[in-house]
Design a protein around this ligand. Structure first.
Ligand code: HEC
Length: 106
C-alpha cells in the first residue's frame, strides 16, 4: 500500500466513525459496553412483557423523547428507579446504543 492510499484509508475510517457517533453528547460513548449493559439489565425482557414483539416498540412509543438529552435523561431516571447503580458513562453508553438503533437523533 502506498503512503497516499494508506492516508486516504485512514481519513475514510475517521469520517465513518465520526458519522457513527451521532449527537455530541454521545461522542466517544462505549457502544459495546452499552449493548452489554442493555442485555445484562433485563431492559428488553421487561419491555417485551409490556409491548410484545422484540420489545423495541416501547422506544418512542409516546414521542415524549425528542432530543438526545431527553433520551439520556430517561435512562438516568430508569437507572435510579430500577436501582441499577450505573455510572454516568454507562448511562451515556446505553443511551448511545438506543440512539443508534432506535431514536436516530443526529
Ligand atoms: C421492570 C421493567 C423495565 C425494565 C427492567 C426497564 N424498563 Fe424501560 N420501560 C419500562 C416501561 C413500562 C416503559 C414505558 C413507560 C411509559 O410508557 O410511561 C419503559 C420505557 C422506557 C423508555 C422510554 C421509551 C420512550 O421513547 O418513551 C426507555 C428509553 C427505556 N425504557 C429504557 C430502558 C433501559 C435502557 C432499560 C435497562 C437499563 C430499561 N428501560 C429497563 C419498563 C422497564
Amino acid at each position: 500500500m502506498t503512503r497516499q492510499s494508506l492516508l486516504s484509508a485512514l481519513l475514510c475510517l475517521a469520517s465513518v466513525s465520526a458519522l457513527a457517533q451521532g449527537p455530541a453528547i454521545f461522542v466517544g460513548a462505549d457502544l459495546k459496553l452499552g449493548a452489554q449493559l442493555i442485555a445484562e439489565n433485563q431492559c428488553v425482557a421487561c419491555h417485551q412483557r409490556k409491548v410484545g414483539g422484540d420489545g423495541s416498540a416501547i422506544y418512542q412509543s409516546s414521542g415524549r423523547i425528542d432530543t438526545p438529552g431527553a433520551l439520556r435523561g430517561m435512562i438516568e431516571q430508569c437507572n435510579m428507579e430500577l436501582n441499577l447503580a450505573l455510572f454516568p458513562e454507562e448511562v451515556t453508553a446505553i443511551s448511545a446504543v438506543l440512539n443508534r438503533d432506535h431514536y436516530r437523533f443526529k
